[in-house]
Design a protein around this ligand. Structure first.
Ligand code: MN
Ligand code: MN
Length: 365
């Protein structure tokens, strides 16, 4: 049994949970090593306190699942079979009286819950999500190495994107060029839909890139991430095309100061809230508090948003092994939108910054 499964089983014993029925691709991957997007088909990892776990996947994927290193039972089903009958048989073989089951309540849909609870009418259902979030929050050396690789590719993408900025090019022109360059380096997946935003569009924290043309005196905001071996990176840089005005410069400097202070505050023993508040205070004192409408950052790993959530109210104490983003922003409509985002890894001495593209204002001529 791998260590991650053992930790889950310990939690199950402590909480008298007979079976964990896990269904999200991310958690199945974390615990089994097998990643798949099953679309509408059922994927499940079924774990018991002591008995052998099993994986349920579409029959055509059995070979891939074996190759991924999962060395326990795999139950495949064809498109004409009912996987729930197979699930019931396999669970009953291992455990006859099943009174408490852990599921991913935020992931499992109603149809599947009805199927599962129909099979075990006397069982109660608890959520496994919080436990898995806490397990996934602390990264090991191997995970860190992969995330570092994903961050290096994100740095490259921003650098390439900057080299593509020219008068009259659209946001989508630059976006396409940088994603093409990544594909040539073997990248097959982005962490989320890449953002290249300019002018007024950059003043929206979640803007949509389009046909807006880049003009001298504009800021250009890149927000993107690369997936490597199922792990995500996430970087934001805001650069200037030609000379920008004093107001834009002041906003940029404020965001940078706030971002650097949050990196400094990212020490084991400090809370997530303290780090957020450190950054927020600098922006508020500069008079832009109302223009920083989101949390400081989020954990990063197999999912692009995971624990720890870096909010002003999260009492979670930072620990070695956590990976999260630090991404303060100021968005003043019709004036400027600036966000600077790094991914950091918490060591015993503080934050190791994994994204390395320069943060001093880059002025592209
Ligand atoms: Mn981002
Ligand atoms: Mn982010």
């Amino acid at each position: 049994m791998n260590q991650r499964l053992e930790k889950l089983q310990t939690w199950m014993r402590e909480n008298e949970i007979d079976v964990s029925f896990l269904t999200s691709s991310e958690n199945v991957f974390y615990l089994s090593g097998y990643y798949t997007n099953p679309h509408e088909r059922l994927l499940a990892l079924v774990v018991f306190q002591e008995k052998e776990p099993f994986l349920v996947c579409p029959g055509m994927e059995i070979h891939d699942a074996k190759r991924s290193g999962w060395d326990h039972e795999i139950i495949g089903y064809s498109d004409t079979e009912n996987p729930w009958e197979l699930v019931q048989q396999s669970i009953h073989k291992r455990n006859n009286k099943l009174s408490k089951a852990a599921i991913e309540k935020e992931h499992m849909n109603v149809e599947r819950f009805e199927q599962l609870s129909g099979l075990f009418p006397s069982a109660s259902f608890v959520s496994a999500e919080e436990k898995l979030r806490l397990l996934r929050m602390i990264k090991n050396e191997k995970e860190l190495k992969i995330i570092e690789e994903a961050c290096a590719l994100a740095d490259y993408a921003v650098e390439f994107g900057c080299s593509e900025i020219k008068e009259g090019k659209t946001e989508l022109d630059v976006l396409n060029a940088l994603e093409y360059a990544l594909k040539q380096k073997g990248v097959t997946e982005m962490s989320f839909a890449t953002m290249v935003l300019t002018g007024a569009n950059a003043a929206s924290p979640h803007g949509n890139p389009g046909q807006t043309r880049i003009q001298k005196g504009d800021l250009v905001l890149f927000d993107l991430g690369v997936v490597v071996d199922r792990y995500c990176s996430d970087i934001t840089r805001t650069v200037a095309f030609g000379d920008i005005n004093d107001k834009q410069k002041e906003i940029y400097d404020t965001v940078l100061k706030s971002q650097l202070a949050a990196i400094e505050a990212s020490m084991p023993g400090n809370t997530a809230a303290e780090v957020d508040i450190t950054a927020r205070k600098i922006i508020s004192e500069a008079g832009y508090g109302e223009y920083f409408p989101h949390r400081l950052g989020h954990g990063l790993g197999i999912s692009v948003h995971e624990y720890p959530s870096m909010t002003s109210t999260n009492p979670l104490v930072l620990e070695e092994g956590m990976v999260y983003t630090i991404e303060p922003g100021i968005y003043v409509p019709d004036v400027a939108g600036v966000r600077i985002e790094d991914d950091v890894f918490i060591t015993k001495d503080g934050a190791k910054v994994l994204t390395k593209f320069p943060k001093e204002l880059q002025i592209i001529k």
